[in-house]
Design a binder for this molecule. Structure first.
Ligand code: ATP
Length: 365
């Protein structure tokens, strides 16, 4: 079992800073996702934790200890990378048993551990087959099984499901969660897929351009994003971000969106925008489920008028694409009352609106 402290870690490749002053505390047995767009520094961070890359500045501690001088093989860290290294010429059995044999685990234990892992990964039927004959899905199960069988105290997974088809990916997600619960390891999981991070992780570290944007539970980052980037990155369907200029002072504030829509603001959201820095550029974030139709429910709720441009069914819900001038807003609607082309009044729930500084992206609260 192991905790990990990443303390002010920076990684530079020549002039280029791939990871910048990153600090994350990972508790023993936690499942942490490193989430961010392509090129943001997730793999570099993972490689530093694994010991495959050295930090330019800062330190990474395991249970309070610096392991930078401990050989990688002795760190008890398991890896599964996107381009998994399976020994394709060996049988499935041999792939699973290999690491245990190298570590001189007694033969009877090897047999029973391989059988148990093969069962867990649904690979029992192909134990004697060469790994090269496996399907992509089976190959990935083998890659995960091969690392997990050694029961590493820390398990690092870099986009392990990205080569798999959607249905199998969902299945493997739940398998990974079960695996982690059974073995109780500390798991670090790299992904650019926010749905994967939200459904798997105890905590999510959201990274952009090498910098940590926010670190918290899936619900914290979803309900309380600290900046516009996080608000935009997390959530499906995506949050609406109404960007524009803030005009007027407290009491009669307006946001004029870039599409020309006027949004009259009162109460807390209006005073939040009073904290804007110089340029007066602001952004309102509102999730589609926090927009409603019909009667106004609270006096500060923001009233808008638009027309229905598109209706989209997503499972039991309906997403209504609304146009307010040239600004598009997506709302969830439980009723089936609207048709394309309808003119409609709708409301943004005031206490769910988030205010951001458009220039810095910072949350204004
Ligand atoms: P992806 O999801 O595409 O793998 P990532 O978030 O994992 O992206 P990294 O692979 O960590 O990102 O890369 C971060 C940045 O560092 C990228 O701009 C990448 O080009 C750069 N980088 C990574 N490794 C090196 C290297 N060895 N030399 C120079 N630049 C590198």
């Amino acid at each position: 079992m192991s905790s990990i402290q990443i303390n002010n870690v920076t990684k530079r490749f020549g002039e280029f800073t791939a990871v910048s002053d990153l600090s994350i505390d990972i508790e023993d047995g936690e499942f942490v996702a490193l989430l961010g767009p392509s090129g943001c520094g997730k793999t570099t961070t993972m490689n530093m934790i694994a010991g495959l890359e050295e930090a330019t500045e800062g330190e990474i501690l395991f249970n309070g200890q610096d392991l930078s001088h401990t050989p990688i093989q002795q760190r008890n860290i398991g890896f599964v990378f996107q381009n998994y290294a399976i020994f394709t010429h060996m049988t499935v059995y041999k792939n699973l048993s290999y690491g245990l044999e190298v570590n001189n685990v007694p033969k009877d234990q090897i047999t029973s551990r391989v059988a148990a892992m093969a069962k867990r990964m649904n690979l029992t039927h192909c134990l004697d087959a060469p790994a090269a004959s496996l399907s992509v899905n089976e190959m990935q199960k083998l890659a995960i099984g091969r690392s997990a069988i050694a029961e590493p105290r820390i398990f690092l997974l870099d986009e392990p499901l990205s080569n798999l088809d959607a249905g199998f990916r969902a299945y493997m997600r739940s398998e990974l969660k079960v695996l982690q619960r059974e073995f109780g390891q500390t798991m670090i999981y790299v992904t650019h897929d926010q749905i994967e991070a939200m459904s798997l992780a105890d905590k999510i570290a959201i990274i952009d351009q090498g910098k940590l944007m926010q670190y918290g539970s899936p619900l914290e980052v979803y309900n309380n994003p600290c900046n516009r980037f996080v608000a935009n990155f997390v959530g499906s369907p995506k949050i609406n971000l109404l960007d524009g200029q803030i005009k007027g002072a407290n009491g009669s504030t307006k946001l004029i969106t870039q599409g020309g829509a006027e949004v009259a603001l009162q109460g807390k959201i209006s005073s939040d925008f009073a904290k804007l820095k110089s340029s007066k550029g602001g952004s309102i974030g509102i999730r589609p489920q926090d927009i409603y139709f019909g009667e106004k429910r609270a006096s500060d709720d923001i009233q808008l008028h638009g027309y229905v441009e598109e209706l989209e069914r997503v499972g039991p819900k309906r997403l209504v694409h609304l146009q307010v001038h040239r600004t598009q807003i997506v709302a969830e609607d439980e009723r089936d009352a609207l048709s394309i082309g309808d003119e409609v009044e709708f409301f943004l729930t005031a206490d769910k609106c988030m205010a951001f500084d458009l220039d810095s992206g910072d949350r204004l609260t």
